[in-house]
Write a protein that binds this ligand. Sequence first.
Ligand SMILES: C[S@@+](CC[C@H](N)C(=O)[O-])C[C@H]1O[C@@H](n2cnc3c(N)ncnc32)[C@H](O)[C@@H]1O
Length: 317
Amino acid sequence: MRRLSHTAAKTGASARRTASRETVGAAISRVAGALKSARVYFGHGTDNARDEAAELVFFVAGLGHELGSDAYSVSLTPRRIARIDELLARRIAERRPLAYLTHRAFFAGLQLYVDERVLVPRSPIAELILQRFEPWARARRVRRILDLGTGSGAIALACAMAFPQGKVDAVDVSAPALQVARRNVRRLGLEKRVSVLRSDYFDAVKGRRYDIIVSNPPYVGLAEMRKLPREYRYEPSLGLVSGADGLDSVRAIFAAARRHLSREGILVVEVGNSENALLRAYPRMPFIWPEIAMGGGGVFLLHARDLDLSRLHDMAG
Ligand SMILES: C[S@@+](CC[C@H](N)C(=O)[O-])C[C@H]1O[C@@H](n2cnc3c(N)ncnc32)[C@H](O)[C@@H]1O
């Protein structure tokens, strides 16, 4: 696999690529090789060099991913090759997640606008949404959904698509994040069914009940935060850090979720690597951990009845 370097000596190689009209497939292999050699971290929408390279090249070429390998024989113009090289150089030098360079991310089949005001959407909850949270939710009866800590609006918007009869409240404490969420709601034309609200947890939705409360809240503990790869420094820390053990947000959600759930409602929360800390803190809580085929895990589900405050105390360690 060819390696890309940014020394003057490689200018000739770049010129040769340009002259020979590199194809999309060749560019993907070259970019993947460069990303691998540079040991960038993958974890913001892709988990390997080739997928990230494909996103970079398809983005610059203006091609849809649905074309897949059919697009590999397309020849790239010299301008596009130069643009690919420019983005690749920035990705490697700055360690900035690719989605912040292209300003796009994919979630549950939706294309979303993203920038550094929001986390790059990547929650494994996407898969559960596509399955309409079955068998735990009665999908046909779902009318009201709350996405707590909506960021780009990814989860709220994917829920609105999965439950066409449903209305979604998308809340976040970060005003800058909500600007991005609103932009995505408009892009997808979902203004009638997705309300974007500024809220510190449940503050702005007092008295409202939901059939599904779903959240990918901040859940990184202080020790883990210090060890995260450089790419994470570009994401808003408000979206990542959650107290010493990563569980502050889960505690806040548990304290109020029951009074915002309908009788048959469910709570779905991602806790990622804080799963073990959660199990230690709530040893008797009847968590359900749905299997997620796409990979990633650390998402639990609870029924409303399991969140009665009287029971919560018994379930904490
Ligand atoms: C891990 S990010 C998830 C963003 C988005 N849901 C996603 O999956 O890509 C967590 C989000 O929670 C928001 N947040 C943090 N503290 C909050 C609070 N007290 N109330 C509401 N939202 C909060 C952050 O601003 C951030 O957008």
